[in-house]
Design a protein around this ligand. Structure first.
Ligand SMILES: [Zn+2]
Length: 213
């Protein structure tokens, strides 16, 4: 069975997915990771996806779905799969329903964080150019401003995290995600969890909900 996890950029979805996988044994399935894995291993579908990516194009829904299906086929029937990064649009949500006999979606959980909080989380983020460590100017600053604690590398703001880019990313997310949440809402599967507070507090809310499924 599948639990879909959605959340805006900066909502902390990745952190929570890792905690849920580690602590209650959910299988985390990220379509982005699965895609990279298939490309790297050179599977049939990975070769097709790799050629598309090399041309700088987005991997189309049908190719992504084949990769997802290949990953799901390797999962035991009673295992709960936490799906991260899929569905990203209404059409993907509908396609996922075609697997419902073997892999029913039991819940779609949205990690809800205020827009202003998302903007401050994302625009305050700084990344080390050498080792990739991430910091936040107010919640997790480096000891010396602009310098990585771990390797002494230089910290910079990703282009994506500049305020104007953040606003665009959040708008795109809102626009594409709302129909997905409505889709699951109409099927009684939509749940919302407040994504503000300490990671451990958010984890408690999420795991309680998932254990009740
Ligand atoms: Zn570093």
């Amino acid at each position: 069975m599948i639990v879909v996890l959605t959340g805006a950029p900066g909502a902390g979805k990745g952190t929570q997915a890792d905690m849920l996988a580690e602590k209650i044994g959910l299988k985390k399935l990220s379509t982005g990771d699965a895609l990279r894995k298939h490309v790297k291993e050179g599977t049939d579908i990975g070769k097709i996806a790799g050629a598309i990516m090399e041309r700088g194009e987005l991997v189309p829904d049908d190719v992504l779905f084949k990769i997802l299906k290949a990953e799901l086929d390797g999962v035991k029937a009673d295992q709960i799969v936490l799906l991260d990064g899929y569905p990203r649009n209404l059409s993907q949500a509908e396609t996922l329903q075609t697997l419902k006999d073997r892999h029913p979606v039991k819940a779609a959980i949205h990690l809800d964080v205020d827009r202003s909080a998302l903007i401050s989380r994302l625009s305050g983020r700084r990344v080390c150019g050498s080792c990739g460590a991430t910091y936040h100017v107010s919640t997790n600053p480096s000891k010396k401003e602009g310098i990585c604690d771990k390797c002494g590398g230089e910290l910079a703001q990703r282009k994506d995290d500049k305020p104007e880019s953040v606003a665009v990313r959040l708008d795109v997310f809102e626009k594409t995600t709302r129909p997905i949440l409505e889709f699951y809402g109409a099927r009684g599967l939509y749940k919302q969890v407040k994504g503000e507070g300490l990671p451990s507090e958010i984890y408690e809310r999420l795991s309680k909900l998932i254990k009740a499924i």
